[in-house]
Structure formats: C-alpha cells, structure tokens
Design a protein around this ligand. Sequence first.
Ligand SMILES: [Ca+2]
Ligand SMILES: [Ca+2]
Length: 168
Amino acid sequence: MIFSLTLLILFHQSYCQVGIGEDIARCPVCHSGYEYYQQDKFCYKFYNVCQTWSEARQVCQNEGGDLISLNNRNLNFFNELALHKSGSCDDVWVGATDVSSEGQWNWLNGDKVSSDLWAINQPDNWDSIEHCGDLHKRFDYELNDADCSRNKHFICQVAIGSFYRFLD
Ligand SMILES: [Ca+2]
Ligand SMILES: [Ca+2]
C-alpha cells in the first residue's frame, strides 16, 4: 500500500509541479502513452503510424479525445514536436478543417483558425481538394491545408478531466 502510494506520488510529480503544502491530488494524470501539456492543461499523443485525416480522428475519438486544436499559445510547441519526431510519413495531421464550408476554417474544438497561424501563402486549397489541416514538412511544420485522404502522422488531444484522479 505504501509502495503503491509512493509510486502514485512519483507518477503525479512527473506530470505537474508540486509545491510544498500543495494538494498533489489535484495533479492531472494522462492516459497511457499520453503526455501532459501544462500550459493549456490537456494530454496529447504523437502517433507515428500514418492515417488519413478521418482515420486519425477516429483513433483520437476512440481514446476519448480528438485531433489536436492549436492556438497561438501552443502552436510553437507542437511545431517543434513535429520537427523533431521521426517517422515514415512527412506531415502531421491536426484538428483543423474547412470541409463543411470552403475557406471557413475551424478547429475541432469549435474555435476559428486564426489567420496568423498559417504558413506563408496557406491555406491555398491546392487543386480545390485541400480541406484538412496539417503541420507540413515542406513548410517547416507550420500549418497548411492538405488533401484529407493522404496518410500522415497525427496528434491526439484528450482533456485531462478524462483522466483526472484523486488520492483518497
Ligand atoms: Ca479547402
Ligand atoms: Ca495547402
């Protein structure tokens, strides 16, 4: 019991800052394979397998989340993450789409895609078939619109609430 409690405390401490006198029970716990993004308080996972945008989204939803929604606070972090991950595919799907209305880009969390997040000259709806957002290798993993049927790596995002645990 003491051993498992110690493990639990170490596990908690690896995911959040714990100060003296703070309630460690408030620290978030991420699902296996997920890491905690402290600034925006959610769990994320980079997938090395390559899937279409819809397939990737289904994987994320099966884990209680969705493809990641970016903003001007976390874009740089995930841009760097994509830059330093290796895998067989070039690009990384994220949770932006204009599939319901051409040119009207929204994140899957409902936020509009801010115009300053795009790579230069994107989105360009190339060949009129680009309706899904990716972090694109050719643009140094900045945000681009791409053909949803391509196979790419992807990043899932899960709210910490899904994995919130309390010591009792
Ligand atoms: Ca489009
Ligand atoms: Ca494009």
